[in-house]
Design a protein around this ligand. Sequence first.
Ligand code: FE2
Length: 382
Amino acid sequence: MPVAFTVRLVARIGEGFAHMDLTITAQGLLQVAGAGDAPVLLHPIWLRERLPDAAVLDPQTGQRLEEAAETPTDLRVTAAAHDGTIAFSDGFATRLPAGWLAGAIAAQPRQAQHVHWDGTLDAARFPCADLADLRARPAALGALLAGLDAYGFAIVRGVPIEPDGGLAFADLIGPIRMTNWGGMADVKAIPNAYDLTMTPRHLEPHSDNPYRDPVPGYILLHCLQNDADGGDSTLVDGFHAAAMLRSIDPAAFDTLTRTDVTFRYHDDSAFLEHQAPLIERNAAGDVVQIRYNNRTEMVGRLPVDQLDAYYAARAAFWKLIAPVSPLTLQFRLQPGELLVMDNYRLLHGRTGYTLATGSRHMRQCYLDRDMVGSKRRLLQPA
Ligand SMILES: [Fe+2]
């Protein structure tokens, strides 16, 4: 049985010098300990497949050259030297820069830090900015997108009050998502509406277009006119509602994460359909997406006991998000304001309005999730 041994690597990191102790364990793992830090164990294959070595990663793109799945699964680290050189059991050797090693043992990136909120959220805390400032200062856009990530919504002011004025904001991020309805679409009461959105009726809290795959990531709702009686915007933090359901009724939460339902939109030119649960979790169990759209959801013909459970769970969730619930945030968009909403997290709606008293005219479009995340990461402070 090999015996563990340690070498001390002393190197310049940033402005000063630091040391790290490299220990090869009896199992051939590399243990790295910075000064004062708890030691971190690095799996040999984890280490090997991300080595900053031109034989492993292409120096220009950072993309891997070696076929990682062909790495021997019994790979071990066999040697380490004071200059950071390490060797593996298959004969490969490379020198690890101290700064790179420091990054390798740094804390794992945490999941986004969401700020859960309810109907009492003070307007002073809404992430918001003026379009002119966002155009002038990338840092302002970075801060707004960080706020959008934390709260799930943001408000942009000073957006040109013209039909495609919202594109001035979208263009700061990336191309808008085109759908079968085009790019920028009216949200306004019209005769022969093809969607309840285009009527003066109130709209229950919902997420948009769950029948698409992928579901549109962010909604940009640009207000051009809003002077009728009623027509306030309503928002619910779906992640907060899901966390509450998980806490007060774990069985209902579980049912909504395990039951795939069908969302469907069908007209003369489109037949859109997607099956997914109302509450979606990732492999770690974290809630990553809420789908709630009463207008287009139909559960399949499941066994009666499963339907019993589903209907009860859906009713329990609805009770949390319904317009009269304490989770509902209500405010009024003014002309020239644009509301950005995370369509994977928020449920949005509106109060009904009276056409005889004025007009309510919004224009909306979508941005894909990856483009918003990309811009946020590019602009986040180092
Ligand atoms: Fe909507």
